[in-house]
Design a protein around this ligand. Structure first.
Ligand code: BTN
Length: 238
């Protein structure tokens, strides 16, 4: 596995984007990022102590673009498994690909389409223990376990899991993977408000459907949500 590690760069996603002739599964890692990027144009706080890295996957010209729509979901599961292999706890996937532990976010993923394929940017809070203004909503391995971990070892676990999941997906095992993702569905049974850019949807979350979209029960009917900003209204146990 080739991992190129920098002490500090602006963003591992941006660095990967600029690289030419890159191989599948090349990893760019940074100990710190000065312009770490999150989804929907947000900033990703990137101090030392986080696993901050990007994996490259070139597109196969014989495979349709839509096939790659599942990459964020696969990456979320790869991170969750690496966390659990490192320190057993109750991790969940908040659709589409955030990883939560005890109702706080421990990892975020930013998959982007680039000229020749896809780059999978991963941020995981490992040895961080101070989140300032975000302390109500963010957690880390250190906060839940009281220990520090080797970040290189953690990154390798994620990449190995991602490869396993990706090849199993290529072999046609999507349903098995989907079942596993559903078993970690953080939003299941929660009342949510989803803004998809045009309208607000209010309903109760069920499983992810076969397309990887979120099934939401709205006034007795199931709606499949494929994009959107999700706010939890209240917990309903089902
Ligand atoms: C999110 O939850 O909004 C996604 C956060 C993704 C952050 C990672 S850190 C490594 C990679 N480089 C970036 O600039 N962003 C991703």
């Amino acid at each position: 596995m080739e991992i190129i590690c920098f002490d500090e760069i602006e963003s591992t996603n941006d660095h990967m984007k600029d690289l030419k002739d890159k191989k599948d599964w090349l990893v760019i890692r940074a100990k710190k990022q000065s312009k770490g990027r999150g989804r929907r144009g947000k900033e990703w706080h990137s101090e030392e102590g986080g696993a901050l890295f990007t994996i490259n996957l070139n597109k196969d010209k014989y495979i349709a673009d839509e096939f790659y729509d599942k990459l964020p979901l696969l990456a979320g599961l790869a991170v969750l498994k690496a966390l659990d292999e490192t320190y057993r706890s109750e991790y969940k996937i908040k659709w589409p690909n955030d990883v939560y532990v005890y109702d706080k976010k421990i990892s975020g993923i930013l998959v982007e389409k680039v000229e020749l394929g896809y780059i999978i940017g991963v941020g995981v809070n490992i040895n961080l223990d101070k989140f300032g203004d975000y302390s109500e909503i963010a957690s880390s391995l250190k906060l839940i376990s009281g220990k520090n971990y080797d970040i290189d070892t953690f990154v390798r676990k994620v990449v190995l899991n991602m490869k396993d999941l990706y090849y199993s997906y290529i072999k046609g095992e999507w349903k098995l993977i989907l079942n596993e993702i559903n078993s970690f569905n953080y939003l299941k049974g929660k009342e949510v408000k989803i803004c998809d850019g045009q309208k607000d949807i209010i309903g109760r979350v069920e499983d992810l459907d076969e397309s990887g979209g979120l099934s939401v029960l709205v006034d007795g009917d199931i709606e499949i949500v494929t994009v959107g900003d999700i706010k939890i209204i209240e917990n309903v146990i089902i």
